[in-house]
Ligand binder design. Structure first.
Ligand SMILES: C[S@@+](CC[C@H](N)C(=O)[O-])C[C@H]1O[C@@H](n2cnc3c(N)ncnc32)[C@H](O)[C@@H]1O
Length: 245
């Protein structure tokens, strides 16, 4: 679902350019302790179609630069939200691609997709101010998901969800220091349940762009996520960290 069509389907279901659960409620929850200041610089890592960057910018959190490996999504974001900066690139190349130091670096449901999360964290540290905040909003493997993961076209649907077991040590080894974790599994369950209701309501629209196979895939993957959450294997987590002193 990280293809452009995949994200297009998600944005139809979610009424906005979002490919994370909870849409604007999730952004408000993640940013509730982050001061609003238009002079601050934010980096949206794995920004997709740019909806989150636009929301944060227009609600006064600061200027946002978005980076994503998917060229089609970035071209869409550049066209749709010209007041912001979006660039094509792999997170691991951020220090070479971006000549700025950021106040806030955030990731909405993109960290789980990174092939090498440790290299990604090291790269992000290099573009963080000493006073920066790192925010990771993502899936949490609560213990059983890794044993029976879902598969999309022979690859794991969620390749690397967060795990509380190694989180702190992985952050420390990449020069970050864990500030807090907030378990949002209850919210994930509610959001995915609402999501499945919307899939049902927007069935025709989804079939128009993705066909019967497309809607069946959405039902299988996201219905499966909801089952995994209800079964206690999967959840959601907000991680807050700062540069290691
Ligand atoms: C589920 S989407 C989330 C998009 C966006 N954050 C949102 O909430 O709408 C995950 C995004 O991560 C991007 N991504 C995956 N691996 C990446 C990488 N190595 N570097 C940059 N972006 C990546 C994908 O292209 C995709 O747009």
């Amino acid at each position: 679902m990280n293809s452009f069509i995949g994200k297009q389907i998600l944005s139809i279901i979610r009424d906005g350019d979002y490919a994370h659960p909870g849409e604007e409620e999730a952004i408000e929850l993640t940013f509730q302790e982050i001061p609003k200041d238009r002079k601050r610089l934010l980096l949206d890592v794995g920004c997709g179609r740019g909806g989150t960057a636009k929301y944060l910018h227009s609600h006064g959190w600061g200027h946002v630069i978005g980076i994503d490996i998917d060229e089609v999504s970035i071209k869409y974001a550049q066209h749709q939200y010209p007041m912001l900066d979006f660039l094509i690139g792999n997170v691991i190349d951020a220090p070479q691609l971006i000549n700025h130091q950021f106040d806030v670096i955030y990731l909405f449901n993109s960290f789980y997709a990174f092939e090498d999360q440790l290299v990604a964290l090291k790269s992000l540290r290099k573009v963080a101010k000493e006073s920066a905040t790192l925010l990771i909003f993502d899936y949490l493997d609560r213990g059983g998901y890794g044993q029976s993961p879902q598969v999309e076209e022979e690859s794991p649907f969620l390749p690397h969800p967060l795990s509380l077991e190694n989180l702190e040590s992985r952050l420390l080894s990449t020069d970050w220091s864990l500030t807090s974790t907030t378990d949002i599994t209850t919210q994930y369950e509610e959001w995915y349940s609402q999501f499945m209701n919307k899939v049902y309501l927007k069935r025709q629209e989804i079939i128009e762009i993705a066909g019967e196979d497309g809607i069946n895939l959405v039902c299988e993957l996201y219905g499966g996520l909801l089952e995994a959450i209800r079964g206690g294997n999967l959840g959601g987590l907000i991680v807050k960290a700062r540069p290691r002193g």
